[in-house]
Design a protein around this ligand. Structure first.
Ligand code: BGC
Length: 764
């Protein structure tokens, strides 16, 4: 034991000495460089302009090229290809006075060219290794193409499905979101940021962007400190603790001050409380937008942003054009400019760009490491894990569910999303090559082989409103509207359906119906598609709804009338195959929702970890006068957080605690027996929730505190054990102290947040 302790201590001393020498080396290097820099060059480093169209061969004479030569550009973003990136980097390191290399960013959000499922979908895998791996592959591909900085992970907790950007995050829960934040940062950055196949993460959007009022993008956010600290900030903090190299400020205001100028967020919390050492970039024109927020002119808002703790200005050039003047007028300090400049140079140093500015510009890697068969194979397997089986009824009493489908007979594949490659990758797939994605029709045909006859009909447009459809098909993702009358398109589909043994209806949202500036006030399946679905159901044929969406949808009617629903989100470049893998049973679905699915938009925000109120509705009731409920809809969601079916069935029993009372320095284990009582091997996400029964402030009715994704063979039983420490019982109290309060706790274990078994213990 002593020897082990000695070994651990010595390793720790060696590692910290190594880190120190590295930090010292970096400091010496940057001190020397900054001594040579003029004030203009220092301000230039803070500038991240829009890259415009960098035409290879003309990089040096472009507008951007001129600025780079003058030392007015710290980095560029969303330029694709080694060739272009090398050309502009060459201008920086050969034609600018101090030859400082640039950093190259991109929105590598869920993959580079090999596209993984949208983040909301990835979060439904509850598989941290798979999520980390997706980020690692994204880093590998992006770094092979010249990129060294990604604007990801997006860790905004979101409880409002109207908000389109819910698609880009990890759902409604701070605990799950924190685990994913860590996995993503590790995936991108690895253990060594200076390797040429890792890239710097940028955690966004700091902070509380997901709490925009009414789910309208860029809208105001206002919340108590208690809610911030307990429910919204943890994933950003987790990402910082995981060593994220940079953060991005959010567009929204918090407490009357846009995040971009919010000193409380940028300095007090981020730097002082969390000890963040990286740099902070604004979001796209975040500084300029503060003029519209009503905080003053560009000079004023730029000064506010810098003084609050922002280091880099994305696109708007507020820093570039006004900070020197503000310095002369004593509106900002030289120290603030130098600190920001230092942080950006440090990032470049950590990435190894001073050693080799072209280290990410390897044409050979670009040819061999992007969109490889191996990467696509992993993307296909991860995508299949992200799908959530919402319903799988049998057609006969007590029989097996409709899914998986047999590889025989005739399948009618119907729907506006069935034969469209461009919509498969989903929103925010900047580097995607749509032509390389696989449509569902193609995926099903290839996976089914020649034993199955596949018929196809479009069945409907995305929406009856062509203007809406145009907005929902931006960025080259048009669904190529069919101009025939709606009824004619439906009739054609019904005729096709009548020739089949089973109908697969590919319906829902298009990719651009979620994502940035894609908020919806109606979160149902568009009417034109509902009409189609109803007509198909009338045929009496078995029907599987393959639901595409970037947000929780309100589908109470479909949950009643459709026998099988597989929610596939937007599964990435390989989704066509992955969906077919699940439909035909090569992969048993195991995804679990990371959001609550409401019955209607009026229930929003609806989330599992709500407070009890002083007048909770009695259990089992639909409505009670003078209780907290609605006249016209029950309090229940259609699908609760953590929900998702499998082709296997799992039984939970025997919840046991190692003790029914613990002291603050003791641990507790909670165990449960899970049995796969079906004849199909499967995976189950076993979830542990806690409730603090009495507190100095009101506490949620349930909070996720642990989960394990396990493999269970047909007929197999496993005991799953969770370790609970006093840390799991902690929360921020009214003084914002992170504490655990003695008293009674309940634990709940189950396969979703609603269907759980419980036990109790006391913290002494
Ligand atoms: C988005 C960010 C993104 C940035 C750069 C903004 O509009 O809010 O998430 O990283 O653009 O493309």
């Amino acid at each position: 034991m002593k020897k082990l302790l000695l070994l651990v201590t010595t390793t720790f001393i060696i590692l910290s000495a190594y880190a120190q020498t590295n930090d010292t080396k970096m400091k010496i290097y940057i001190d020397a460089l900054m001594q040579k820099m003029t004030i203009d060059e220092k301000i230039g480093q803070l500038n991240l302009p829009g890259s415009g169209d960098i035409v290879t061969g003309l990089a040096s004479s472009s507008d951007i090229g001129k600025k780079i030569k003058e030392g007015k550009v710290g980095g560029l973003f969303n330029i694709k290809s080694v060739e272009k990136i090398r050309a502009v980097q060459k201008v920086a390191v050969e034609e600018s006075r101090l030859k400082i290399p640039m950093i190259f960013g991109m929105d590598v959000i869920h993959g580079y060219e090999t596209i993984f499922p949208i983040p909301l979908a990835l979060s439904c895998t509850w598989d941290m290794k798979a999520i980390e791996r997706s980020a690692q592959i994204a880093a590998q591909e992006a770094s092979a193409d010249g990129i060294n900085w990604t604007f990801s992970p997006m860790v905004d907790v979101a409880r409002d499905p109207r908000w389109g950007r819910i698609a880009e995050g990890n759902g409604e829960d701070a605990y799950l979101g924190s685990q994913i934040a860590k996995a993503m940062v590790h995936g991108y950055q690895g253990d060594d940021l200076s390797k040429n196949n890792t890239i710097m993460a940028c955690v966004k959007h700091y902070a509380m962007y997901g709490a925009a009022e009414a789910g309208r993008d860029y809208n105001t956010t206002d919340m108590s400190r208690l809610r911030m600290y307990n429910e919204y900030l943890p994933p950003y903090k987790a990402a910082v603790e995981a060593g994220a190299g940079s953060m991005m400020a959010s567009f929204n205001e918090v407490d009357g001050i846009p995040a971009t100028a919010n000193k409380f967020l940028m300095t007090d919390v981020l730097r002082k409380q969390w000890g963040f050492k990286g740099f902070v970039v604004t979001d796209y024109t975040g500084i300029n937008e503060m003029v519209d927020h009503g905080l003053g002119n560009l000079q004023t808002v730029s000064a506010k942003a810098l003084s609050a703790g922002i280091d880099m200005d994305m696109v708007g050039e507020g820093f570039l054009t006004t900070i020197k003047k503000s310095l002369a007028e004593k509106k900002v300090t030289l120290a603030a400019i130098e600190l920001a400049c230092r942080r950006i140079l440090e990032a470049k140093y950590k990435l190894g760009l001073f050693d080799d500015p072209y280290k990410y510009c390897n044409e050979q890697r670009a040819k061999t490491e992007i969109f490889t068969d191996a990467n696509r194979k992993e993307a296909r397997s991860i995508a299949a894990q992200s799908f959530v089986l919402l319903k799988n009824q049998s057609l006969t009493l007590g029989g097996a569910g409709i899914l998986p489908l047999k590889k025989s007979g005739t399948i009618a594949l119907i729907g506006p999303l069935a034969d469209n490659k461009e919509n498969m990758p989903g929103t925010w797939a900047v580097a995607a090559r749509f032509e390389k994605a696989t449509s569902l029709l193609q995926g099903i045909k290839e996976v089914a082989g020649d034993k199955v006859k596949i018929l196809f009909a479009r069945g409907s447009n995305l929406d009856e409103d062509s203007v809406f459809e145009e907005r929902a098909g931006m960025f080259g993702k048009s669904l190529r509207r069919d101009s025939r009358p709606a009824q004619q398109i439906i009739d054609e589909a019904v005729a096709v359906a009548n020739q089949s043994d089973v109908i697969v209806a590919a319906l829902g949202e298009s990719a651009e119906m979620s994502g940035e500036c894609s908020s919806r006030s109606n979160i149902e399946i568009p009417k034109a598609q509902q009409d189609l679905l109803n007509a198909l159901l009338k045929t009496g044929k078995p029907l599987v709804l393959v639901l595409f969406t970037g947000r929780p949808l309100a589908i109470p009617k479909q949950n009643e009338t459709v026998p099988a629903i597989l929610n596939v989100w937007f599964g990435g470049s390989e989704a066509g195959y992955a969906i077919a893998d699940v439909l035909f049973g090569a992969v048993n679905p195991s995804g679990k929702l990371s959001t609550t699915w409401p019955q209607n938009v009026g229930q929003v925000p609806i989330y599992y970890n709500h407070k009890n109120t002083g007048r909770p509705l009695e259990e089992g009731k639909w409505f009670s006068k003078f209780r907290s409920n609605y006249l016209d809809v029950s309090n229940e969601p259609v699908y609760p957080f953590g929900y998702g079916l499998s082709y296997s069935t799992f039984a939970y029993s025997n919840v046991k605690l190692s003790s029914n009372a613990i002291a603050a320095n003791q641990n507790l284990t909670a165990s449960v027996t899970v049995t796969n009582n079906s004849s199909i091997n499967g995976k189950e996400v076993v979830q542990l929730y806690l409730r603090d029964m009495v507190g100095s402030i009101t506490r949620p009715v349930k909070e996720l505190k642990g989960f394990q994704k396990i493999d269970l063979k047909a007929g197999e039983t496993k005991t799953v054990t969770f370790n609970i420490t006093v840390n799991d019982l902690k929360f921020y109290n009214s003084d914002l102290k992170y504490i655990a309060e003695p008293g009674d706790f309940k634990i709940f274990i189950g396969g979703n947040s609603r269907d759980v078994k419980e036990a109790s213990f006391k913290l002494l």
